[in-house]
Design a protein around this ligand. Structure first.
Ligand code: PSU
Ligand code: MN
Length: 298
């Protein structure tokens, strides 16, 4: 059911470092055209420059895929169907043409393929108003149930970040801050919430992965957006407020919330959020490669 590319397979067989990458952020659901293609190019280049092999995950022609050719990556860029972990089964059974994988599905595919490090932009989490909607991203459950290090820039502050951190604690997922004491909020370096533990380097992350008491559980490594690329706090807060009101007025719910809010934040910042998004994704890919190299050497 799963097809791992030749390049990724031989790297894994030889114990060389590999970094899995999600595909939702590179699709039309994550970033506007043509920035999505640039994001993919820069992230893959960052992984390669760090000495690791990039492995983009997706569903193509109903098959779970890890590692794509340039033509296949082009199909992902044009993808419009979001695949969370539970949807992997449906996408296979119904032979979906192109399914772009979220963090939950990508972590699941990475695990299946034998990859231990995964790079994304931001994870999903507990949504604000969860008391009424019950909306908690399947990303959190996947982090708890697949033994993979997920490298992210935290989560967007349109989520309920305190509850997101609480749930990660309950689920037993170690949350590590990369040389930074605060849980990052995607476009900005600090959410104002402390991260449970700070790590100074990739060796430390590798040691945490090897030392877990529950072999199935993942590790979350949060890397703040580089200082130079951070959004101005006031711009950020205003854009999020606008996007959240728009989502409520439009009655958006479920899996449509994240793509909708992302698009509206882009509009509200007049595109200013896009370079920030690219910069953090690239930076995460760079750090993920470091972790993959440390793991391969250990
Ligand atoms: N955050 C972003 N960009 C994204 C996503 C999150 O800044 O593209 C995507 C990721 O693929 C993540 C998914 O796994 O949204 C979470 O969606 P949901 O909230 O429906 O679980
Ligand atoms: Mn949801």
């Amino acid at each position: 059911m799963i097809v791992v590319s030749e390049q990724v397979r031989s790297a894994l067989d030889e114990g060389r470092p590999v970094v899995a990458m999600e595909s939702t952020i590179y699709s039309t659901l994550g970033l506007p055209v043509p920035h999505n293609a640039e994001a993919l190019r820069r992230c893959r280049a960052a992984v390669e420059a760090g000495g690791a092999v990039p492995a983009v995950t997706a569903v193509l022609d109903g098959t779970w895929r890890v590692g794509l050719s340039p033509d296949e990556e082009q199909r992902v860029l044009e993808g419009t169907r979001k695949v969370a972990e539970r949807d992997l089964a449906v996408a296979a059974a119904q032979s979906w043409d192109v399914g772009v994988t979220t963090v939950s599905a990508s972590v699941a595919l990475a695990h299946r393929a034998g990859i231990s490090v995964f790079a994304t932009g931001g994870i999903g989490g507990v949504h604000r108003g969860v008391e009424l909607s019950g909306d908690v991203s399947a990303d959190l459950d996947a982090l708890a149930n697949h033994p993979v290090v997920t490298v992210c820039a935290g989560a967007k502050s349109f989520l309920d970040l305190p509850r997101t951190l609480e749930l990660l604690e309950t689920a037993g997922v170690p949350v590590l801050g990369w040389r930074h004491p605060d849980f990052p909020a995607f476009y900005v370096r600090s959410s104002g919430l402390p991260v449970p533990h700070v790590v100074q380097g990739a060796d430390e992350v590798a040691r945490v992965l090897r030392s877990r008491s529950r072999p199935q559980t993942g590790v979350l490594l949060t890397v703040p957006i580089p200082e130079a690329d951070e959004l101005d706090r006031a711009t950020h807060d205003a854009a999020l407020a606008t996007a959240l009101v728009a989502a409520e007025v439009a009655g958006i719910s479920g899996a449509a919330v994240t793509p909708f809010v992302l698009e509206r934040v882009g509009r509200a910042t007049e595109g200013g959020s896009v370079p920030a998004n690219l910069a953090l994704a690239e930076n995460n890919a760079r750090v993920a490669a470091e972790v993959a190299v440390a793991l391969a050497a250990s």
